[in-house]
Design a protein around this ligand. Structure first.
Ligand SMILES: Nc1nc2c(ncn2[C@@H]2O[C@H](COP(=O)(O)OP(=O)(O)OP(=O)(O)O)[C@@H](O)[C@H]2O)c(=O)[nH]1
Length: 227
């Protein structure tokens, strides 16, 4: 039995049925809130710092095959960084988060990404740059967004802006994350079995519909269909 809290644990051993997602960024940018909005459909206006790391597992079903995203929430506080960084390894997706109302947090994303990439094989991860607190958006935020789009290009990351408070773009964002991660897992599995596979898409193979936000009874289940 694998110990999920063992930092050396890599979900690759479960074939493509689970993908590891690591969320990094400065303290207070809204990492926990983003995850909580997606996984539990809740928003808490009070700040509770993450101590070290935490994770959520979000279940999906793709053509009858169970598929999970294991989403790691890491602490932004400097004093917890060495604990959190032990969990960067084996990530298929790295989500670098900044606060749209705080340019400094955008400036720091390069360093967060560098630290997370160092623990992973080159070219093995999808990278996202995510601006949070879109609901607080004003003219200054729009200027920051221009810088963010430029930076995302440099990082070879996909850029998204979201609000955990209103839920804007949150479901769409994680649907994109799941689609890319699942597609990547399938490719890896095919490569392993038949030796060589060329690129067959960039997240456009899978259309994902998540229904857990509407029905608490669904226990985080969502469905995907291949197209
Ligand atoms: N208005 C608004 N506030 C938000 C949003 N997302 C998060 N917040 C608030 O920002 C504060 C920090 O959010 P957290 O999610 O705890 O931040 P974090 O990045 O996880 O912080 P650490 O755990 O210390 O790394 C909290 O008071 C949240 O309520 C948002 O989309 N809009």
């Amino acid at each position: 039995m694998q110990d999920i809290w063992d930092p050396s644990y890599s979900p690759w051993c479960s074939l493509f049925k689970i993908s590891k997602v690591v969320v990094v960024g400065d303290l207070y940018v809204g990492k926990t809130s983003l995850i909580n909005r997606f996984c539990k459909d809740i928003f808490d206006r009070d700040y509770k710092a993450t101590i070290g790391v935490d994770f959520e597992i979000e279940r999906f079903e793709i053509a009858g095959v169970p598929y999970n995203l294991q989403i790691w929430d890491t602490a932004g506080q400097e004093k917890f960084k060495c604990i959190a960084s032990a969990y960067y390894r084996g990530a298929e997706v790295i989500i670098t988060v900044f606060d749209l109302a705080d340019i400094q947090t955008l400036d720091h994303t390069k360093q967060w990404l560098e630290d997370a990439l160092r623990e992973n094989e080159p070219g093995s991860t999808f990278v996202f740059l995510v601006g949070t607190k879109k609901d607080l958006s004003d003219a200054a935020c729009e200027r920051i967004e221009l810088d963010a789009v430029r930076l995302a290009n440099e990082m070879q990351a996909e850029y998204w802006s979201v609000s955990a408070k209103t839920g804007e773009n949150v479901k769409e964002f994680f649907s994109r994350v799941a689609a890319l991660a699942f597609e990547q897992s399938m490719l890896k599995e095919l490569e392993k079995n038949i030796g060589h596979v060329t690129q067959i898409g960039r997240g456009n193979l899978i259309k994902l519909e998540k229904n857990s936000l509407e029905t608490p009874e669904s226990n985080g289940q969502a469905s995907m269909s291949c197209c």
